[in-house]
Ligand binder design. Structure first.
Ligand code: NI
Length: 179
């Protein structure tokens, strides 16, 4: 496995919609290696999610690791509860920036796992935000596009200094609190 270079804001690959993977492709050594590399890259940079376009592969593929490691292929999202909740988000492709992003609080995601088996998950709360952040990447959408109030954007240092309430352990997608 290898650590892959992460595309940063401005790279056109981040704005392209990824294409679906066929069952045959998913089983191929190339894609299985890509999945391994994405997990390793996510770990290297202390992320909790990484989407294939972030490593220059325009595919419907993401990895998410919060409670457990999930490999998400060809996902389809259904909103189950459109009530908005806001979390501070960060992104490995937009280093050093945090923004408060409102999103639906509960969704269902139908997808294929690493072996091609159909799966369904109904994340809510912070995990729902993490899913929506990663799956947005597969559509060429970045969290900055979802920020509604640009006064709630901050560099990481200022975020830590002015926005994190003492005693809380806030995390943001793709960036660990230890950063
Ligand atoms: Ni991101």
């Amino acid at each position: 496995m290898a650590i892959r270079k992460v595309a940063r804001l401005g790279h056109p690959v981040l704005r392209k919609k990824g294409r679906d993977l066929s069952a045959e492709e998913l089983q191929s050594p190339e894609i299985q290696r890509l999945i391994g590399d994405m997990v390793e890259t996510m770990h290297e940079y202390g992320g909790i999610g990484l989407a294939a376009p972030q490593v220059h592969e325009s595919l419907q593929l993401a990895v998410i690791e919060l409670e457990s490691l999930l490999v998400v292929v060809n996902p389809r999202i259904t909103v189950l509860d459109a009530t908005e909740q806001s979390f501070w988000e960060g992104c490995l492709s937009i280093p050093e920036i945090r923004g408060l992003v409102p999103r639906p609080r509960k969704i269902r995601v139908d997808y294929l796992d690493q072996t091609g088996n159909p799966q369904s998950i109904e994340p809510e709360g912070f995990l729902a935000t993490v899913f929506q952040h990663e799956l947005d990447h597969l559509q060429g959408v970045l969290f900055l596009d979802r920020v509604k109030d640009t006064t709630q954007l901050a560099f990481t240092e200022e975020y830590q200094r002015y926005w994190v309430r003492p005693g809380t352990d806030q995390t943001a997608p793709e960036e660990s609190p230890r950063e």
